[in-house]
Design a protein around this ligand. Structure first.
Ligand code: FAS
Ligand code: PHB
Length: 389
């Protein structure tokens, strides 16, 4: 087999890259180890920056998103029974949209799978080879047979636990990591959202987030110890805990119901440098992870894809490698700003086991300053809607 760009990983990063390249007549093959349904079964991100929205439209997969998503001009931040709004539109002139990662990935699979053989699912033993030559290739197993895929470039879009990052030699790879002493317990419920905007809640019992997918599908999270398991949390326990962490007036309006998904995600900040090794380019979670507090995970994957897509088009159309040669530096510059913002929001809103009384006073002062200062609110709004690509 031969293609121009071999893409390892059929999550949002890999599929978006493949579809963008396809629109420019550049061939790619996506190698995904799970089934389409398994990938679509993951409940993850919910907020898209305008940059991501633009890429989906450019890839020709924006129609359902435009029809079914919700525009959010702001968000609520609460602490105890106090709350205030950050108005993105007022501070930046733009907004974010609510459209679940599951739907993004579904739209991309529907488009990519219109071309027979562009997405190969349920493959195994995927391994890139000869990345430091001008003739790299990828081997993998499909239906019990070993297959060789020759290509010009390899995009490592295989997430945090993928094979791509490991191809960068340990003495070249620099990894930066911060782990947080808590996780997020998330549920999905077929109930109307408690508020028309998101509520990020700081409470003495810990962080909570009220989000949504549509007018009858809500997504809620509570901070929980890393030792907790989803089965430790009955629906009743979850709802009672959530009510104690959000302002009383919203708790009184909360419509509860059975959870249709319940999972715990650990929180970490992680960056791998560089994001290129010869003909291999790392994108998305394969190269970096953020705590979901700032809704940056999926959105930072999108900016990687933006840079790599334009670099590949520049190469194939003009035989100019400038975009590819500057990919890692450009992507990392934006990634570190997203890491900073996600760390800042996580520190602002969560309870840490080792927090002293002084730390709690500083956290309260940070919230009060954000509440009262236009410039502080503008900084938060600009980061939340997405810094320029
Ligand atoms: P992904 O991990 O989504 O996709 C990688 C794909 O590669 C997977 O389908 C995997 O099966 C495949 N793969 C892995 N190894 C392979 C191999 N060796 N061969 C072939 N295929 C292989 N972000 C937010 O903005 N908000 C959130 O609330 C949020 N919640 C999250 C909750 C969890 C539990 C996790 C893990 C992440 C969450 N994220 C959130 C971040 C998440 O949305 C990622 O940023 C997003 O999935 C990144 O997409 P990809 O880079 O495509 O990686
Ligand atoms: C979500 O809806 O899943 C979501 C929204 C905002 C976040 C994290 C997750 O910061």
């Amino acid at each position: 087999m031969r293609t121009q760009v071999a893409i390892i990983g059929g999550g949002p990063s890999g599929l978006l890259l493949s579809q963008l390249l396809h629109k420019k007549g550049i061939d790619s093959v996506v190698l995904e180890r799970r089934s389409r349904d398994y990938v679509l079964g993951r409940i993850r991100a919910g907020i898209l920056e305008t940059g991501f929205v633009g890429l989906m439209r450019e890839a020709g997969v924006g129609e359902r998103m435009d029809n079914e998503s919700y525009v959010h001009d702001g968000t609520l931040i609460s602490y105890g029974d106090e709350e205030f709004e950050i108005n993105f539109k007022e501070h930046t002139g733009t907004s974010v949209i609510v459209y679940g990662q599951t739907e993004v990935t579904r739209d991309l699979y529907d488009a990519c799978q219109q071309d027979e053989g562009r997405v190969l699912t349920e493959v195994s033993a995927v391994m890139p080879h000869d990345l430091k030559t001008d003739a790299p290739y990828v081997t993998f197993m499909k239906d019990g047979k070993v297959v060789r895929l020759d290509c010009d470039y390899v995009a490592g879009c295989d997430g945090f636990h993928g094979v791509s990052r490991q191809q960068i030699p340990e003495d070249v790879r620099r990894e930066y990591e911060k782990t947080y002493p808590f996780g997020w317990l998330g549920i999905l419920s077929e109930t109307p959202p408690v508020h028309e905007e998101l509520i990020y809640a700081n409470s003495e019992r810990g962080f909570a987030l009220c989000s949504m997918r549509n007018e009858n599908l809500s997504r809620y999270y509570v901070q929980c110890p890393l030792t907790d398991k989803p089965e430790d949390w009955s629906d009743e326990r979850f709802w009672e805990e959530l009510k104690q962490r959000i302002p009383a007036k919203h708790a009184a309006n909360l419509i509860t119901g059975p959870s249709i998904e319940k999972s715990i995600a650990p929180l970490r900040s992680f960056v791998c440098e560089p994001m290129r090794w010869g003909r291999l380019f790392l994108c998305g979670d394969a190269a970096h992870i953020v705590p979901p507090t700032g809704a940056k995970g999926l959105n930072t994957a999108a900016s990687d894809i933006h840079y790599l897509y334009h670099g590949l088009v520049q190469f194939y159309e003009q035989k100019d490698t400038e975009g590819l040669d500057s990919y890692s530096e450009k992507a990392l510059a934006r990634i570190w700003k997203a890491e900073r913002f996600s760390w800042w929001m996580t520190t602002l809103l969560h309870r840490f086991p080792d927090q002293t009384e002084f730390d709690l006073k500083i956290q309260r002062a940070e919230l009060e300053f954000l509440r009262s200062n236009e410039a502080a609110q503008k900084v938060m709004a600009e980061n939340y809607v997405g810094l320029p690509y």
